[in-house]
Design a protein around this ligand. Structure first.
Ligand code: ADP
Ligand code: F6P
Length: 493
């Protein structure tokens, strides 16, 4: 069997679903890579036995392509140490990431970073062109690869090209800061279909195309108005844009979700044991995030501290577990976020812990999926408080683990998930009082109004269970024209 050139379905993302790691004794192993993109797409690729083109997570290495046990062909793309610095840490995560997350920190606009971004996008596109069969479907993922659709349109016009953005798309007024805005929009418009999580992201993109194109706009593209289809339950929002070359490009909202099947059952004995290990508190609060300044980890710690200080929460009864996955650790804003979080954890424990009984348990590491699910099952209140988040799969995973209606979710209004999980205790993380109110309502509700909380969790569980990642992938690929009903049924198997 040839390993490349004959793949009918190719996903290309900055990262492969696994990172290459080297142990102290020099042995190389593959470990799951972080983030929501990988969590969502892995089960989809497994069902299609597709090919995944991406970076193996370490600089200056490109192992040979290989097939995973679940049948996915992994095709590594090499990033040099300079690419890592200029393309990944620079343009992707110090320019686009803060710009697309509404300037929580100030984006840096650097011409050398942009050159590296264009160059790396060309190499990813070349790798795709090499592995994709004639007429294949290529699904390009996320903000790191926005130029790939445009490049492939030129080099491989036979391909059907989809693009999905996993992070928010900002308002046109913010995006227009980007010195390379026209090239970026043109790159995206190389796709046949561009997907966002939310209707508001679609509206922002259409507005942007209008503004960047200006009156007439024939050199970029002309959007039609929004199309809304279906009933409130099956509502689909999208539009078509006529690109400069006359092609019609679809744009739509496809809220991503989780794979219910991969969650598995949590083991009650393990959950009880965990509860014992953290001092058998009456109430367990939990946060699970990449350690990213967008996630509002510090704010939730400050809210917790003020509630302990005011006596609204009793340190003898409540414990906060915060799991923070290491992320983008050389970037200054991430280092700053980490030191602020760790300082707050130390201070809160210094003020409110007893010997052998911390009030905040802080883990700065990745955990096996099964362990994470035990933490979800353990948590009475889940805290998901980002300043801005494309979707936030952690919120959906928590809800999915509480199919019995137990637990309670505090959720930021600025997480994409809030559009679907509107029965959560919604809060504004920029307003500490709002965050504190949501936490208190969630904790007190467990005691004073368990029936209402139960109903709220069950309603959210139903939403997640009926809108899982398979529905997301099927809706997108069907709109792209890749799936007919027969292959949809096959992909369900
Ligand atoms: P993002 O994509 O910004 O990281 P999401 O909440 O959408 O945020 O997705 C995060 C994914 O990473 C989830 O599937 C979650 O289970 C996983 N995850 C988060 N923290 C950890 C951790 N410490 N160990 C293992 N998986 C984690
Ligand atoms: O969700 C945004 C995202 O950048 C994804 O592309 C990725 O899954 C996740 O965050 C992790 O980021 P990184 O690949 O930079 O570690």
């Amino acid at each position: 069997m040839a390993l490349s050139g004959d793949n009918d379905f190719v996903v290309v993302a900055n990262r492969l679903p696994v990172d290459l790691t080297t142990d102290a004794d020099g042995a190389r192993t593959w470990t799951p890579s972080p983030g929501g993109l990988v969590a969502a797409l892995s089960p989809v690729l497994e069902r299609f036995s597709g090919c995944w083109v991406g970076w193996p997570g370490v600089a200056d290495t490109a192992p040979e392509p290989f097939r995973t046990e679940s049948g996915v062909l992994l095709h590594p793309v090499e990033l040099t140490a300079t690419d890592y610095e200029l393309f990944y840490e620079g343009f992707s995560n110090a320019t686009l990431w803060p710009l697309y997350h509404d300037l929580i920190v100030t984006p840096v606009y650097d011409r050398e970073w942009w050159d590296a971004y264009r160059d790396v996008n060309e190499r990813f596109a070349a790798a795709v062109a090499e592995v994709a069969a004639e007429g294949a479907t290529v699904w390009v993922q996320d903000y790191q690869l926005q130029l790939v659709p445009g490049i492939l349109r030129q080099t491989r016009p036979d391909l059907t090209i989809g693009f999905f953005l996993h992070i928010p798309f900002p308002s046109a007024d913010l995006f227009r800061q980007l010195p390379w805005r026209e090239e970026t929009v043109r790159g995206l418009l190389g796709a046949d279909l561009i997907g966002f999580h939310l209707e508001s992201n679609v509206a922002n993109f259409l507005d942007l195309v209008r503004k960047v194109a200006g009156p007439g706009g024939s050199h970029i593209g002309q959007p039609d108005s929004l199309i809304v289809e279906g009933t409130p339950a099956t509502r689909r929002v999208g539009a078509r844009i006529t690109a400069a070359d006359g092609r019609s490009v679809g744009v739509g909202a496809f809220p991503i979700s989780i794979d219910m099947d991969s969650l598995g059952e949590s083991d009650p004995a393990t959950v009880d044991k965990l509860r014992g290990e953290i001092g058998d508190p009456e109430t367990v609060l939990l946060g699970v995030d990449r350690l990213d300044y967008t996630k509002g980890i510090l704010q939730r710690l400050l809210a917790f501290e003020e509630l302990l200080e005011a006596g609204a929460l009793d340190p003898a009864e409540v414990v906060l577990v915060q799991v923070a996955t290491p992320s983008r650790e050389r970037i200054a804003h991430y280092q700053h976020a980490r030191s602020q979080v760790e300082e707050a954890v130390g201070r809160i424990n210094g003020r409110f812990a007893a010997i052998g009984r911390p009030v905040v348990h802080y883990l700065h590491r990745s955990l096996p999926k099964q362990t994470l699910h035990h933490y979800y099952a353990l948590a009475d209140v889940m805290l998901v408080t980002p300043f801005k988040d494309g979707m936030n799969l952690v919120a959906k995973e928590y809800v999915a683990c509480h199919g019995d209606g137990s637990g309670s979710l505090v959720l930021s209004e600025f997480a994409g998930a809030a559009a679907e999980l509107d029965r959560a205790h919604l809060c504004n993380p920029f307003d500490l009082e709002s965050l504190k109110r949501a936490v208190v309502n969630a904790v007190r509700g467990l005691e004073h109004d368990p029936q209402t909380l139960h109903e709220r969790m069950l309603a959210m569980h139903e939403q997640v269970a009926t809108h899982d990642v398979r529905l997301w992938a099927r809706s997108f690929l069907r709109c792209l024209g890749t799936l007919d009903d027969a292959s949809v049924d096959e992909s369900r198997a």
